[in-house]
Design a protein around this ligand. Structure first.
Ligand SMILES: Nc1ncnc2c1ncn2[C@@H]1O[C@H](COP(=O)(O)OP(=O)(O)O)[C@@H](O)[C@H]1O
Ligand SMILES: [Mg+2]
Length: 237
């Protein structure tokens, strides 16, 4: 088990009144799971991802990453946790416009004290993984939307995270590009054993999950989970 969520609640205080964004949310995630989270707009999907990342404070409940209590951690502990364990992929790609593809991928490594060549090579290897090493010196505006999202995915992987949190990563892409990105995330999930938590609007994208969570008004109203079949041959070889 990599992530455990127990009785998680989140209330936002707002001048127009309190918002119950998450209500008694419970689920477990195993290492290597691909978890998809669906629900209509306002159902609490983004709040759930941000709370799991420790970017917003929960109101009550427990969030465990391995044996680390995210819900009780200090800001310093949370930034160390994110730096070492988490990669983010957003709907809007969030690339820095004046940096090239490879510079964008290297960006999260700025806080690590490592030789520049090592950072460059790590970023280049990931651009190869997402099929964009021949675009490494392009600026975001010189890339298509699908390519920009591939760069963002490479960037999310560069700190070697065990967990990727993706908020509607295909929300700004047309259907065929969406399928490419989903297949890429699945490949990363399988080959690099990265645990994926992906929020999506699309029922077809939700099918990529071996665990599928549906939120309604901040509550889980449906959870589907199937064990990942271990490929024994792959384990033996
Ligand atoms: N910072 C905030 N302050 C107050 N209410 C918020 C805030 N962020 C989100 N909400 C409310 O919390 C609910 C869940 O929002 P969100 O998690 O963004 O939903 P989703 O990602 O599923 O569309 C919504 O009703 C939204 O209006
Ligand atoms: Mg959202």
């Amino acid at each position: 088990m990599i992530l455990r969520v127990v009785s998680l609640n989140k209330k936002y205080q707002h001048i127009d009144g309190e918002v119950d964004a998450l209500k008694d949310v419970n689920f477990d995630v195993n290492q290597g799971d691909f978890v998809t989270i669906t629900g209509s707009s306002g159902s609490g999907k983004t709040t759930l991802l941000l709370t799991l990342a420790g970017l917003i404070k929960s109101t009550s409940g427990i969030i465990l990453f391995k044996d680390f209590r995210i819900d009780k951690a200090t800001d310093g502990q949370l930034s160390a946790f994110r730096k070492n364990n988490v990669g983010f992929v957003m709907q809007s790609f969030a690339l820095i416009p004046y940096l090239t593809a490879i510079e964008n991928v290297m960006l999260p490594l700025a806080i690590f004290n490592r030789p520049k060549a090592q950072k460059y090579n790590a970023a280049l290897e990931l651009l190869q993984l997402v099929g964009l090493d021949n675009r490494k010196n392009h600026l975001p505006k010189e890339l298509s939307a699908g390519q920009q999202q591939r760069v963002a995915i490479a960037r999310a992987l560069v700190n070697n995270p065990s967990l990727i949190l993706a908020d509607e990563p295909t929300g700004n892409l047309d259907p065929s590009l969406s399928a490419d990105i989903l297949n890429l995330l699945k490949k990363i999930n399988r080959e690099k054993k990265v645990t994926m938590l992906m929020v999506t609007h699309s029922p077809a994208a939700a099918e990529f999950g071996n665990t599928r969570i549906h939120l309604q008004n901040g509550r889980i109203d449906n959870i589907f989970s199937k064990e990942i079949k271990m490929n024994l041959e792959a384990v033996i070889n």
